[in-house]
Write a protein that binds this ligand. Structure first.
Ligand code: ADP
Ligand code: TRP
Length: 322
């Protein structure tokens, strides 16, 4: 079984990205053959600053390696190192109706929020379809917001297969972990770098503390019992705590005497405890960029071999042969 997922290097990685996607992706190395890439072309739809993009690509790579991406067991590369994906993107574009892309929520959302739009942003689901179909992926672990893009991919694959009269592409399935389908941000809305409500995964101690302390709560005082079921701090604690630890926390909510500040410090401790073991490995890779580049070159060469073989079949199917 082939599992494929990509992450955009478009900003600092937050705990929503981690629980929504990265953690599952790393764990899936034990479930099947993992294909994981840094979606550098996708990031261009929002990142226009060249230094920022370059820095983010390296940072995302280092984070994945620190968190346990195994470049021998899995295939791990940066999207723009395997250019076959752009050829497939163009071929698939000619089998994608305008209506299908016009219905994409993520595009409509960006338009509604007044983001500057361009053709890259509009056609982004076609590039994502190319990523997925080029590698004959069976499973695509994603956050809830990406399910529609996998559905669009299936739609495009179907249209293409029908056109060719044979099954060139296999149907991928999105895999979403319902429990952590949407990690709330400090304001209770979906955590997202574009909403400025994130808690960073590897931020500075001071920075993460500031983010945690800014989690929005109601205004109950120290001497009142509090309702954990509607509390943003508790929802975030659920990601880091065992059932037993949560039971203890529930009792603390029910017992007057502590304020939200105390619960925030408990959350902060859990976050620090969770990510601390990865810090050394992360520093090591930051200090050995040559080693990181070698790992990526190795990953790209593994991915390219598969991509080239698939493109032979696709070119033949559409008549790009003489
Ligand atoms: P952002 O919303 O911060 O821009 P991205 O869109 O780059 O994040 O998301 C990268 C991956 O992380 C996607 O698979 C997405 O579904 C997942 N993800 C992002 N935010 C969350 C969240 N708050 N909860 C769960 N998963 C998330
Ligand atoms: N669009 C995804 C996101 O924003 C990233 C991505 C690009 C991806 N290509 C992919 C995810 C292919 C899964 C499969 O999070």
């Amino acid at each position: 079984m082939r599992i494929l997922s990509g992450i955009q290097p478009s900003g600092t990685i937050h705990i929503g990205n981690y629980f929504g996607m990265i953690k599952k992706m790393i764990e899936s190395q034990d479930d099947g053959e993992l294909f994981a890439f840094i979606a550098s072309y996708h990031a261009m739809t929002s990142v226009k600053d060249k230094d920022f993009l370059q820095k983010n690509i390296m940072e995302a790579t280092v984070n994945f390696l620190a968190l346990g991406m195994d470049p021998e067991k899995s295939t791990f590369w940066v999207q723009h190192d395997v250019k076959e994906v752009l050829e497939l993107y163009w071929i698939l574009s000619n089998h994608t109706s305008m209506g299908l892309l016009e219905r994409a929520h993520s595009y409509k959302d960006k338009v509604a929020r007044g983001f500057p739009t361009n053709h890259g942003l509009f056609s982004y689901p076609v590039l994502m379809a190319a990523d997925i179909l080029l590698f004959d992926s069976n499973i695509v672990p994603v956050g809830k917001d990406q399910i529609q893009h996998v559905e669009i991919t299936r739609d495009i694959a179907n249209t293409f297969n029908n056109h060719c009269g044979k099954e060139i592409f296999i149907m991928p399935e999105a895999k979403v972990d319902e429990i952590v389908a949407t990690v709330p941000g400090t304001d209770g809305a979906k955590m997202s770098k574009s909403y400025g409500n994130t808690i960073d995964m590897f931020g500075t101690a001071k920075g993460v503390k500031k983010q945690v302390m800014s989690v929005v709560t109601d205004s109950k005082g120290l001497d009142e019992a509090k309702d954990y079921t509607t509390c943003n701090i508790y929802k975030l604690c659920e990601l880091f705590m065992s059932e037993d630890e949560l039971q203890v926390l529930q009792k603390r909510y029910a017992t007057p005497g502590e304020g939200y500040g105390h619960f925030k410090l408990t959350l902060l401790d859990k976050i620090n405890e969770h990510f601390a073991p990865y810090a050394d490995k992360r520093n090591y890779y930051f200090n050995h960029p040559e080693e990181v580049r070698e790992i990526l070159a190795h990953g790209a060469s593994k991915a390219r071999k598969i991509a080239q073989a698939k493109m032979e079949i696709i070119r033949e199917a559409v008549g790009l042969k003489y």
